[in-house]
Design a protein around this ligand. Structure first.
Ligand code: TXA
Ligand code: MG
Length: 314
């Protein structure tokens, strides 16, 4: 599986053209989105999609999000609806993924959907991501570009550290601005929040006219939401009101700490720093990373979701 050394590509015309060529040839290319770096492959190419699962060590029952440059490209793949149109108009391009019934004629690898008859689709906002999608000219399946169960990558360096030469190329587009994965909204039945993320539940409720239903523990709407996930090497201690000797200290708000997600208590800033700071503390190999309480509102819901999985028993 290990190929030659990963190429680092600049997000310039030549780099993007090369990325497009590699994706069309069935290779894996990691690229930045506004949420996290994605590990991209041609969603219509079974072998390319299979290599995503191999590179990440990802269980094959866990389906992938397909990334597209605009709403029209999405509509060619899924059964569209009025609700889909309303949320897409409000939040695309951006950190929202919609799960919709797949059109029978959509040429998407069954591996990408794990055999489901629904498809997760997203139009990302990051200019580099959009450029990559246009350069590739086809739907791109992309999970976060980290080994399965480990911390998500928000820089090209994180991708190289986690996946090494299991990816043909990484486009270096600097740090991701949102820093937590997209919110996943199920629209195959009544609107259901499948994963909290970069678009808050309040923002969704405003467009939907009511709060989306909470996810139930059904087998397949919940995949990827394994209890232990996003895990650093260190153990994680949450809601640390005080620090214990020897711990790496990740603060929030007005506390003394080794790194502070947001000294002013700004949740948007905290989300953007979350994985970068966890990666930074983790390279020091502490036994424990202790983390200040994060308010459970707005983007804090997505942050706490990731942190509770990072802290779960493995
Ligand atoms: O922000 C993001 O969404 C990033 C960037 C790269 O776009 N991608 C990402 O992908 O987080 P991943 O593979 O780490 O998470 C995808 C999630 C998984 O929890 C998976 O189970 C769910 O999407 N998913 C995919 N297809 C689904 C479907 N048809 N029904 C329900 N859940 C689905
Ligand atoms: Mg992931």
């Amino acid at each position: 599986m290990a190929g030659p050394v990963t190429q680092i590509l600049c997000a310039d015309e030549a780099g993007l053209a090369e990325a497009g060529r590699m994706l069309r040839a069935g290779q894996l290319v990691a690229f930045p989105t506004e949420t996290v770096y994605g590990l991209g492959a041609d969603a219509g190419n079974d072998r390319a999609v299979a290599s995503i699962f191999d590179a990440k060590g990802r269980p094959r029952f866990n389906p992938l999000i397909v990334h597209l440059p605009d709403i029209e490209a999405v509509q060619a793949l899924v059964e569209w609806s009025g609700v889909a149109q309303a949320v897409a108009e409000a939040f695309w391009p951006g950190p929202l993924t919609l799960v919709l019934p797949m059109r029978p004629e959509a040429r998407i690898s069954k591996l990408a959907t794990a055999g489901l008859d629904t498809l997760a689709v997203r139009v990302p906002a990051a200019p580099v991501a959009r450029d990559v999608l246009r350069a590739a000219g086809r739907p791109i399946a992309a999970p976060s570009a980290n080994p399965s169960g480990k911390m998500s990558p928000t820089s090209a360096e994180h991708v190289v550290r986690g996946l090494g030469n299991r990816v043909a190329a990484v486009i270096d587009g600097g740090r991701c601005t949102v820093g937590v994965e997209s919110t996943i909204l199920g629209l195959a039945g009544r609107p259901t929040l499948l994963r909290p993320g970069g678009i808050t539940e309040d923002a969704l409720a405003e467009v939907l006219g009511r709060r989306p239903a909470a996810r139930k523990g059904e087998a397949i709407s919940a995949p990827g939401q394994l209890r232990s996930h996003y895990a650093p090497g260190a153990r994680v201690r949450l809601n640390a009101a005080e620090w214990h000797a020897g711990e790496a200290r990740l603060g929030f708000g007005d506390v003394e700490s080794d790194l502070n997600l947001s000294p002013n208590g700004d949740l948007t800033e905290a989300a953007a720093n979350l994985f970068e700071y966890l990666h930074r503390l983790d390279v020091e190999n502490p036994d424990v990373i202790a983390i200040s309480p994060i308010p459970h509102l707005g983007l804090g819901v997505a942050i706490n979701d990731r942190l509770s999985r990072a802290a779960a028993d493995r």
